[in-house]
Design a protein. Structure first.
Ligand SMILES: [Mn+2]
Length: 426
């Protein structure tokens, strides 16, 4: 646990420079007619869940390079999220993966999270790999499987995940399926989808009445010919069939290259069916890179649709569950996560300063030049001092990564947990 006083000490060294930058930006924003206090409150309130599987070195299918000081237990993972939250004040919850992170004692786990000011966000089931002592194999699918006994096993697993989530105060289940086929003709595509819907309905029926089901989609991988829930349309169809509390979850890495993700976001908000978000970035496929590392403009355009849609859409979309879903092969996972959190808040802040009224007028007048000017004026505004000020007011570090390094946190974690500790996860 990092002492609040320590953070203030580290901040003090950069406070003067920050104040100069913030005052200059404040003047610019006020001139644009924006309320800086409102902006700060919105940014301070924006909290993102950190996944329990992203706190260690992830590796690729070719290899894994250990880090040192990785969290060995669920308690240590919660401590790591607490650490990130202490520095950034923007990671207010944790998203658990079952069975990688089954709590031994739910009350104790809950208390530990609360001591860090953390809540439990969506719980994630896993039927994409076989576990030790598992009776039946998911090699050829889970919820879509041709064998009803295997489908029943997968449904039961999801029900157990819901039970675990309930014991921790979670209110949602995220289902991502690797179900599909790697060769043409391997699977009857229509029947596989029918069986998947039937399985999902049984999971949905088991959920408590205040829970939500998030259905994630992905075009390919690990199957390379077909994926049962390949795109947002299929996810939306399944969610609609399941019921009012079933929603689509958008994972930024789960699209074919050049897909217009902001348009998908816009459509789902219009239907009130955007449930959750998995942030990451990618160059080629599901690369799970740091948010904003490759395509910060796309991220901004997505946030622009989110902000506009959440403010103006007639069909009310429920509050969206924001989560990071990334993997860290060569960076320190905690530094990587802090970079992602920063990128998310920056894109959100930029979207908040878009002059929606002017943009709408320009759209009404079919003026694409002006539309671009308005969007890029927001995108090219350096809002970093605003995001830093929001963090400072919440008690976080002006520069979280600098503070993390200055306070030698990784060094201390290695001293505490050892150089060869390995976390379970991706
Ligand atoms: Mn995901």
């Amino acid at each position: 646990m990092i002492d609040k006083e320590k953070i203030r000490e580290v901040n003090a060294q950069r406070l003067k420079a920050h104040e100069t930058e913030f005052l200059a930006l404040q003047e610019t924003l006020v001139q644009k007619g924006l309320s800086v206090d409102d902006l700060l409150h919105h940014i301070q309130d924006f909290q993102v869940a950190v996944p329990s599987w992203a706190l260690g070195a992830g590796g690729t299918r070719f290899g894994r390079f250990s880090f040192g000081g990785e969290p060995r237990t669920l308690s240590e993972k919660i401590d790591d999220v607490g650490l990130i939250h202490r520095l950034t004040q923007s990671a207010g919850s944790i998203s658990l993966h079952i069975p990688w992170d089954i709590p031994e004692d739910a009350n104790e786990t809950r208390a530990r999270a609360e001591s860090h000011g953390l809540a439990f966000d969506a719980v994630n089931s896993n039927t994409f790999q076989d576990q030790a002592n598992q009776e039946l194999s998911y090699k050829f699918g889970s919820l879509c499987h041709v064998d009803s006994a295997i489908r029943a096993q997968a449904i039961q697993h999801n029900q157990e995940v819901i039970d675990i989530g309930r014991s921790l105060g979670s209110k949602s289940l995220t289902v991502w399926l690797s179900d599909g086929s790697s060769f043409p003709g391997q699977l009857n595509l229509r029947r596989a989808l029918e069986r998947t819907l039937d399985s999902l309905k049984q999971i949905y029926a088991y959920m408590p009445s205040d829970w939500k089901l998030f259905i994630e989609y992905k075009p390919y991988e690990p199957n390379f010919y077909s994926t049962v829930i390949a795109d947002w349309g299929t996810s939306h169809l399944l969610a609609t069939e399941c019921g009012d509390r079933a929603y689509t979850l958008v994972d930024l890495g789960h699209h074919l290259p050049n897909t217009n993700i902001e348009q998908i976001v816009s459509t789902l908000i219009w239907r009130g069916k955007l449930g959750g978000f998995h942030f990451n970035d990618s160059k080629y496929g599901d690369d799970d890179l740091t948010v904003g590392a490759i395509k910060p403009y796309q991220l901004f355009l997505i946030f622009n649709e989110l902000v506009e849609g959440m403010t103006n859409s007639a069909n009310s979309n429920p509050p969206i569950a924001w989560m990071i879903d990334a993997s860290h092969n060569i960076k320190d996972p905690l530094e990587d996560l802090m970079q992602s959190l920063e990128a998310i808040r920056l894109a959100y802040a930029q979207a908040l300063i878009v002059n929606q009224a002017d943009l709408q007028r320009a759209q009404q007048h079919n003026d694409p030049t002006l539309c671009q000017e308005i969007l890029q004026d927001a995108f090219r505004t350096d809002v970093r001092p605003l995001v830093r000020e929001a963090r400072r007011r919440s008690g976080g570090a002006l520069h979280p990564i600098e503070a993390f390094r200055h306070l030698k946190i990784r060094h201390k974690l290695i001293a505490q947990r050892g150089l060869h500790a390995i976390a379970s996860g991706l």
